[in-house]
Structures are given as structure tokens and as C-alpha cells.
Design a protein around this ligand. Sequence first.
Ligand SMILES: O=C(O)CCC(=O)C(=O)O
Ligand SMILES: [Fe+2]
Length: 199
Amino acid sequence: MPLLPLALPDAEVLLDPHFLPPDTADALLIELTRTIAWRQEPIRLFGKEVLQPRLTAWHGDATAHYQYSGLALAPQPWTPALLELRKQVEAATATQFNSVLLNLYRAGQDSMGWHADDEPELGPAPVIASVSLGETRRFRLKPRDPQRTPHAPVALDLASGSLLVMRGATQQHWLHAVPKTARPVGPRLNLTFRAVLPR
Ligand SMILES: O=C(O)CCC(=O)C(=O)O
Ligand SMILES: [Fe+2]
């Protein structure tokens, strides 16, 4: 299925809800849940050390160092499953990626707060390619400055096997989040492929 653009001002967001066949998505979810060395990283939130409300892992080329929410992350090496998925994502997006951030939302209380992927090492207009596996969770987007970008917040339900691409000025003008949900939900695994610039 093709990537279809969403009509949003000051952004380039594209979605393919059926990027991976359901069987492939299911198998990948099981394999990655089992084999990735998941960690719950501490972050500083309003001056306090807390644990991130999700599990994470960072894989990529040895040169792809990355700062994330104040964490300096050295990448773990690519695994065969991650390399295969990268190949498919690169073909679909005509973009090359040297790293991937994995997030495991164990249940509804796991989340990601409002942010933009605007770290300097991603460059001014990064392409972020996001594959979701497992439980459908709501992904929200809202303008950073509603004066400049007059648009209501957007909610996308990212189902298993979907591919979401954010590129162009999206990170400059929009924020995104995966809020907690009170619904009883199973695990969701998300992979965001990124191109980290050399230091
Ligand atoms: O889980 C998601 O869909 C979003 C992940 C995300 O925004 C990130 O890794 O920066
Ligand atoms: Fe993000």
C-alpha cells in the first residue's frame, strides 16, 4: 500500500496503515519483544530523576551517537530483523537511515509526552519513519505555535503494521505524543528510524 500524505499546514506527514502484512507484524512483534535488550531509562523531568514511562532500545551504526531527553545513547548493533525492516522502510521512503529508536509501551499507562524530534544531530528537516506493531495506540499531533500554524490537534490511531513518516518542517512546527489510555490495552512496539548526522 502507498504512503498517503495528510493535509496539514507546515508539515509533511504520510501514513500507510498497511505497510506490513498482519502475519509479518505479529512475528516481528514477538521476535523483537523477546530479543531486544529493553531498558527503562531515567530522565530528568522538572529537575527530578524519574524513569521513562516505557521501555526503550537504540540500535544503529556505531557512528550514530544520539542525545535523547538528556541521555547520551550509544547504539546497540543492528540485528538481522532490524536490518530487514530497515531495508523495507528505506525502500518505501526513498531515505537512508543509520539508526532506530525502539519504544515498548507495555500497557495503557506507558506513554510518550509532547515533544518534537528536533535534536541537532537529526539536522533541520529530519525524516522520521515510524513502524508500529501490536496494540493500536492513539498518536497525537498539535501545532507548536497555533498563531503561526492554525490547525486543530490531530489524532491518528496507529495500528499494527502501519508506517508513519514525518519529514520536511514537521518537527519544526508540530509536536507529537502518545498519551496514556485508561482502556485495557496490550503491548505496543514502535520503531522510529532516523538518520543521525556525524559529529
Ligand atoms: O510511539 C510512537 O508512535 C512515537 C514515538 C516517538 O515519537 C519517538 O520515538 O520519538
Ligand atoms: Fe518522536
